[in-house]
Ligand binder design. Structure first.
Ligand SMILES: *Cc1c(COP(=O)(O)O)cnc(C)c1O
Length: 361
């Protein structure tokens, strides 16, 4: 049977219908309705963050974060991410400056300071695959140089570090609630932050620059609607079970693939509570005997979709006037050798075994 790389979690049909029923009474379908406000309150609690604002998708949330922080000039970021991260920087009128990644795919903090210039305004780092950045080192560098810190936490829903919600680190964190993520609202996203005084600016950016009857600035439209929020309310009821179920598949992959020569599994930072978002494997062809791309083809023959994620790097965008991938050789190398195996809640034990057998054969 075909196995896709991901499969969206869904509540029962009845549960969702029950949740959206009120909307036929209220006729309030978007613009901070009851479902939106309820989801926002529940997420603050679940994620252990003081402030959250919900968005129609993660990308617009990230864009609004950069605008709300009034960032200009250069933003130090990582090429080992989804296209969204760089796009948000460029759309916000800033220039991405690429820093290479460390062994665990997150930004290499030892290389950040060399990239800081008098034009640098922020560090936009990405928590990758459910693992997290060296948030403490990033915090120190940012304080020393007076930079803002934004996290693309699209992969890190529900992750905690030393008992703290991961989205309490940095100035603002962006979550994506896209259908393929650990928690979703079909499409959706959020900004999480500690400083309540940022709220008016974030809300203005999300809503056309409007402030009551005043027009304070230019803004976009990034509001989450009530049907999205209703899906979120349903999915949040089941999230702990879904994450636990992912964990079972994750541990089975670990058991079957750890210790195999030429395969490197995800190195996790100590002290994190995981969300089991992705299962990446790094192939060393010289030792393993097969390349990442040969493994992709072998799995595809058995109707199993694994994903070369992130490949190609966002810094390979042809609109850059030089080859930006050259400045980050490690990220480039990883992007050519890494493969994300199927990972979702209720992935069958036998399917995980079948996938591993194909890889090891
Ligand atoms: C999914 C994702 C995004 C964008 O989220 P959308 O909700 O699809 O706009 C941004 N960054 C990363 C790393 C992602 O995986």
């Amino acid at each position: 049977m075909a196995i896709n790389v991901t499969r969206s979690s869904m509540p029962s049909y009845e549960e969702y219908c029950e949740e959206i029923k009120d909307l036929w009474e209220s006729r309030w379908l978007t613009n901070m309705g009851a479902k939106h406000n309820e989801l926002k309150a529940q997420l603050c609690e679940y994620l252990k963050v003081p402030c959250t604002e919900l968005f129609v998708n993660g990308h617009l949330a990230l864009y609004c974060a950069l605008k709300a922080l009034k960032l200009e000039g250069e933003i130090i970021t990582t090429p080992f991410t989804f296209a969204s991260t760089t796009n948000a920087i460029v759309q916000a009128g800033c220039t991405p400056v690429y820093c290479d990644v460390a062994e665990d795919y997150t930004i290499d903090v030892s290389k950040i300071e060399d990239l800081i210039t008098d034009k640098t305004s922020a560090i936009l780092a990405v928590h990758v695959y459910g693992n997290i950045c060296d948030v403490e080192a990033i915090d120190k560098i940012a304080k020393k140089h007076g930079l803002k810190v934004i996290y693309d936490a699209a992969h890190a829903f529900g992750v905690e570090y030393k008992g703290r919600g991961i989205c309490t680190y940095g100035d603002v964190s962006m979550l994506s609630f896209h259908a393929t993520k650990v928690f979703h609202t079909i499409e959706g996203g959020a900004l999480c932050y500690n400083d309540e005084s940022l709220t008016p600016e974030i809300v203005k950016q999300r809503g056309f620059g409007l402030n009551g009857e005043d027009i304070d600035c230019f803004g976009t439209n990034g509001k989450m609607n009530e049907f999205q929020a209703a899906m979120g309310l349903c999915n949040l009821r089941h999230i702990d079970g879904e994450i636990e179920s992912r964990g079972e598949a994750y541990r089975l992959y670990d058991k079957l693939l750890s210790g195999v020569e030429g395969l490197k599994l995800l190195p996790l930072r100590e002290g994190i509570k995981q969300n089991f978002a992705y299962y990446p494997v790094l192939f060393d062809e010289a030792v393993f005997g097969k390349s990442r791309d040969e493994v992709v083809a072998a799995l595809a023959q058995e109707s199993i979709v694994a994903r070369k994620y992130f490949y190609p790097l966002v810094s390979a965008n042809k609109e850059f006037d030089r080859d930006m991938t050259l400045s980050t050789p490690i990220a480039k190398d990883f992007s050519e050798r890494v493969l994300c195996l199927p990972m979702y809640a209720h992935l069958d034990r036998t399917d995980v075994e079948r996938i591993c057998n194909i890889i090891l054969k």
